[in-house]
Design a protein around this ligand. Structure first.
Ligand code: HEC
Ligand code: HEC
Length: 153
């Protein structure tokens, strides 16, 4: 028993070290940012001094392809999603959207992974920012020539 747990601890330590090592180059030694494909990239150029400052609230942003989760066109600071409370649904739920002027979440968001239709947000859609992201006023880090397919724009 004792041996086993010692072995486990050793394995865990090795795993932790491997993780730390694999991250190390990104941090100190090279000092720069790298894209997933390995190209060196610059920190984003922004109009404001704070590169993480979200864009000011705007009208919905045009989607680039049919199944795209729409981008969030407003600030989200302080909009917490916890186990008990989902701030996003305060405005985007079907019972609230009329008063708040927000787009209501689509019906697709009520379906469970087994295809069952619920009367409220499905657990797999609960954490909105898994898919919907706010925008900063910055140039893209990596150039992108994506064009949606003809016929389903
Ligand atoms: C205080 C109310 C409020 C809260 C809270 C809120 N929103 Fe919104 N949201 C709006 C309004 C209003 C709009 C529509 C803006 C417009 O039409 O001009 C909007 C628009 C959006 C859109 C764009 C919809 C489209 O069709 O393009 C997304 C996505 C979105 N919000 C996601 C979120 C997420 C995710 C959260 C939580 C982190 C959140 N919102 C919290 C009010 C809110
Ligand atoms: C797993 C990814 C995912 C999650 C999580 C998710 N969404 Fe979406 N959302 C999408 C996609 C994809 C679309 C566009 C297609 C559609 O309507 O299903 C969408 C569409 C929307 C729209 C536009 C609806 C319309 O009629 O045009 C709103 C508003 C929205 N989501 C809000 C939310 C909110 C609020 C949450 C959290 C409670 C959330 N979403 C969670 C992927 C997601």
């Amino acid at each position: 028993m004792k041996n086993k747990s010692r072995l486990f601890t050793a394995a865990l330590a090795a795993a932790l070290m491997a993780t730390t090592l694999s991250w190390a180059p990104v941090h100190a030694s090279e000092g720069g940012l790298k894209s997933l494909r390995g190209a060196a990239i610059q920190a984003p150029e922004t109009e404001s001094a704070d590169p993480f400052k979200t864009m000011k609230d705007s009208a919905p942003i045009e989607r680039d392809y049919v199944q795209q989760p729409p981008l969030i066109p407003h600030k989200v600071e302080g909009y917490n999603v916890t186990m008990k409370y989902n701030k996003c649904m305060d405005c985007h739920s079907w019972t609230r959207y009329k008063e708040t002027g927000a787009t209501k979440v689509s019906l697709t968001h009520f379906k469970t992974r087994d295809g069952q239709e619920l009367s409220n947000i499905s657990p797999r859609r609960y954490f909105c920012q898994q898919c919907h992201v706010p925008q900063v006023d910055a140039k893209p880090l990596v150039a992108n020539k994506f064009k949606p397919a003809e016929g389903i724009r």
